[in-house]
Design a protein around this ligand. Sequence first.
Ligand code: CP
Ligand code: NVA
Length: 322
Amino acid sequence: MSATPAQQVRHYLQFSDLSAPEYAHVMVRAAEIKRKFKAYEKYHPLADRTLAMIFEKASTRTRVSFEAGMYQLGGSVVHLTTGDSQLGRAEPIEDSARVISRMTDIVMIRTFGQDKIERFASHSRVPVTNGLTNEFHPCQILADIFTYIEHRGSGGSEDKVLDCLKGKTVAWVGDGNNMANTWLQAAELLGFTLHLSTPSGYEVDQAVAGLRSANSYKIFKDPEDACRGADLVTTDVWTSMGFEAENEARKKAFADWCVDEAMMQAAKPDALFMHCLPAHRGEEVSASVIDGPQSVVWDEAENRMHVQKALMEFLLLGPIHD
Ligand code: CP
Ligand code: NVA
């Protein structure tokens, strides 16, 4: 069991919590960890470690990828939800953090406000990872960047692995939500440009996204203009979890923000399409795009597991050079 002093604990609460060189390391490790998985090579660096997963919102990919990933690393998992724990009966989040982090080695939380995961982390003895909040979804963008590198990079060592992102354009079409905020942080940190087109009233907020400047993104009124010349086009549901009461209003506001073939044609001929999933064909993306040749959404989903294994390895063991 780890007994890491609190001041040495590294959390992953938003994308900007790791530096570019640390991302380069995690990307290289994720490729190696994926290779081992595909070769049925046993790799148990987290034997006897326990991951606590706390879900206050629904999940398929995050649950399966963290749970399967932790077992594959030799560890075990405890799964908690609001409904089946004292979290749903008003136990203070700080008390829950103190208790859970005395019995486990790493925590993943999916919750509502970012303030909640920050309060948990500030009372946790062990690393806390953001499995999605209203504001951010860093593990997803970690997987998206890895997927982009797999498809468009030339792999390589830590000093080269991120090169394929430099100067590239990612187009975000849709809600100014947790995914958009996280893409904004990634663009600023890793040196690419984000084109954003959101319906009026659903714009991103630079302060919420926690950016240092406005240099790494451009806003477009027309989603097709945002896609023009893009290397990657990406979108997300019109209504995120926790915003279901706005569903009908959003359906009207977002009607023109559907990534279709015309938008993909505006992008570069070899542009990729990504979606964090779950997707609603005919709403934010047409079936022809998500099920078409430029879509890499299934690699993207699978890669959640490989990058999160690399992330947990990094947070618990630090850099590995084997
Ligand atoms: N993309 C993603 O986080 O999916 P889940 O909501 O299924 O976990
Ligand atoms: N923005 C979506 C992502 C789901 C993985 C949500 O928060 O519901």
